[in-house]
Design a binder for this molecule. Sequence first.
Ligand SMILES: Nc1nc2c(ncn2[C@@H]2O[C@H](COP(=O)(O)OP(=O)(O)OP(=O)(O)O)[C@@H](O)[C@H]2O)c(=O)[nH]1
Ligand SMILES: [Mg+2]
Length: 418
Amino acid sequence: MIDRAKIYVEGGKGGNGSISFRKEKYVPRGGPDGGDGGKGGDVIVEVDPSLSTLLDFQHKRHFKAGDGKPGSSKNRKGKDGEDVVVKVPPGTVVRDAETGKVMADLVEPGERFIVAKGGRGGYGNAHFKSPTNQAPRIAEKGEKGESRWIILELKVIADIGIIGMPNVGKSTLISKLSNAKPKIADYPFTTISPVLGVMEIEGGNKIVLADIPGLIEGAHMGKGLGIDFLRHIERTKLLVHVVDMSLPVEDVERNFDKVMEELKLYSDKLLLKPQIVVGNKRDIVFEEGKVESLKGLFESKGYLFVAVSALRGDGLNFLRDVLIGKVKELPKDIPREKVDYVPQIRPLRVYKEGEIFVVEGDEVERLVSITIFESEEALLRFQKEMRRIGLEEKLKELGIREGDTVRIGDIEFEYKEG
Ligand SMILES: Nc1nc2c(ncn2[C@@H]2O[C@H](COP(=O)(O)OP(=O)(O)OP(=O)(O)O)[C@@H](O)[C@H]2O)c(=O)[nH]1
Ligand SMILES: [Mg+2]
């Protein structure tokens, strides 16, 4: 499927902080001058109006931003990692794959959203200088970048959605009303993904039309080409429902009702959208009075009815004027998905696994990942932080004793009373 994609995004790791001391003549160890590591790059999703599908993601599914460079002596900060920009078409909804919650709905050209933040660069030892510690031998490692699977889902943004049963002439119609060049053929389901077309109107304005693949009974349940296409209708302002007038009148009506039923089963909201009915293939309607009776039928249902021949062009100028008039009446703003994603922070949790005390939680794991345990000063700072977040207490509650093993992330420690 090309209008939905699942991709993995990972921010760059922050660069490590540096431990360094100024080299001064006759001074064995000058002041600390180890610079901070650079920040890891972000992965950013950005709207590119020249795109209209998520096709690119069929082949590329992993996006990782660049790592930050380490800091160095003379207070030199490491270079920040390169961002990675993932281009998507307008109308792309970004979801967290794990929870399905909406992180962003990107509509305007150039609109962007950070889907995976790069890690912070570690502090160099210059950062730890204090009145009581003039020569700190401590620095931090860079933080890991955020990572997650996300789902990109295209909900096209068009003023008008052209809907109807397969083979009624929807693609032919959009090809005559706009610059779109869809595939047209005499068999059902020729169109397999939405096609956008732009209709230029006076004053430099334009109306965007979307040719929606043919709907059949059960589309809302994923039958045929399925429900995926119904979501493209959600953001259109006006529906143009095309019917094939060359079929017997009862079939025209039954087909119309089937499409309406599908819309309703997908969402009641779709039925509330303003809709006009276009009777197509007028050129091959030979029965006397048939066009008029179809017009009467749809008008009695409350719809404006326009008869055309998309193939030959009859009635299209009139239809164009009707569409322009209707779209002008409708509100300009584009409905957006509500953002309901909230970042989950895993709280501190301690439990026993056999003889081992296992510690979990985002903050504690972050502290482990940035600490350079070989340095005694760093170790002292780490122990202080552990007391601050309440780990010491929790371990004691579970009955920890000197010499027991504590595992945090992938590192094991021997517990010392402190
Ligand atoms: N005679 C006649 N044939 C038409 C007219 N409009 C379309 N057709 C023909 O009907 C067939 C289907 O046209 P399409 O435009 O592909 O129909 P569609 O509704 O997009 O079909 P799907 O994409 O399969 O849902 C083609 O053979 C067209 O040439 C018309 O006004 N008159
Ligand atoms: Mg088509």
